[in-house]
Design a protein around this ligand. Structure first.
Ligand code: UDP
Length: 238
């Protein structure tokens, strides 16, 4: 596939990325910003250089996942902040996979932070800012028209496979994959992994010290936010 494209109109501006059309109707450009939000955008700020790092990391991880036969929207990295992607009809579902208790699992169900889960769990959230992205189950997802029962099962199967691949990979790099969020979309009928995979969307802890190396440093004002993102890139890419 040719990767020479002409950047077109801004299609959508999200919290951390802008999406542009290209002269090829099947392709879009994701541009990674330094803007950071947390707690359903109640907290806003900037993490200097984050967009560049997240583009590097996402490009690297999508390529890695593709090598395990996982279909993603990634086509190529175009520049420091730009990624060429297949255009998706995004499914309005966030798929969260958890290996270790943290975040809302602790708040909602009383798990102890850092507790290893006996087996990974997968949660679905409705992508709807106005409703605060509520937790949903498979029945809600089908009833809301987000996908067929087979689609929902497929998303969970893909999340589980991606978790296995990524957990091993991060561990080799000295990082525990605590939890992460994925988004999927349809491209000419196929379900592809979309969005990004980065310290914005994954909780990553140092394997020996449990030092947090992800967006929780921004969420909870833990300091050294930029350093944490740089450290993850150094461990994964060099
Ligand atoms: N997550 C995300 N976007 C969201 C919500 C969660 O990328 O809108 C990621 C988050 O970074 C973490 C995982 O999904 O790696 C689980 O998040 P959790 O449900 O614990 O919610 P949080 O405490 O992050 O709001």
């Amino acid at each position: 596939m040719t990767t020479t494209v002409i950047k077109g109109d801004l299609l959508y501006e999200g919290k951390a990325k802008k999406v542009y059309a290209t002269d090829n109707p099947d392709l879009i450009i994701q541009e990674f910003k330094d803007d950071a939000t947390a707690f359903n955008a109640q907290k806003k700020g900037q993490i200097v250089g984050k967009g560049i790092i997240n583009n590097d990391l996402s490009s690297h991880l999508f390529t890695y996942l593709e090598s395990f036969g996982i279909a993603t929207h990634f086509v190529s990295k175009l520049s420091e902040r730009e990624m060429l992607c297949k255009r998706l009809d995004i499914l309005k579902i966030e798929v969260v996979t958890r290996n270790i208790a943290a975040g809302s699992l602790v708040k909602r169900y009383g798990f102890t932070e850092g507790e290893a889960l006996r087996y990974p769990i997968i949660e679905l959230y409705l992508k709807n800012d106005a409703l605060g992205d509520p937790l949903i189950n498979d029945d809600h997802a089908v009833l809301l028209g987000l996908g067929t029962p087979d689609d929902i099962a497929r998303l969970k199967q893909l999340a589980s496979k991606i978790n296995g691949v990524m957990q091993d990979y991060f561990l080799q790099k000295g990082l525990k994959l605590v939890d992460f969020k994925l988004e999927f979309g349809r491209h000419h009928g196929a379900i592809l992994l979309g969005d990004e995979i980065s310290p914005d969307t994954c909780r990553l802890w140092d394997k020996d010290t449990d030092t947090k190396l992800d967006k929780d440093r921004f969420r909870f004002d833990l300091g050294n936010v930029e350093d944490a993102y740089r450290e993850v890139r150094k461990r994964l890419i060099g």
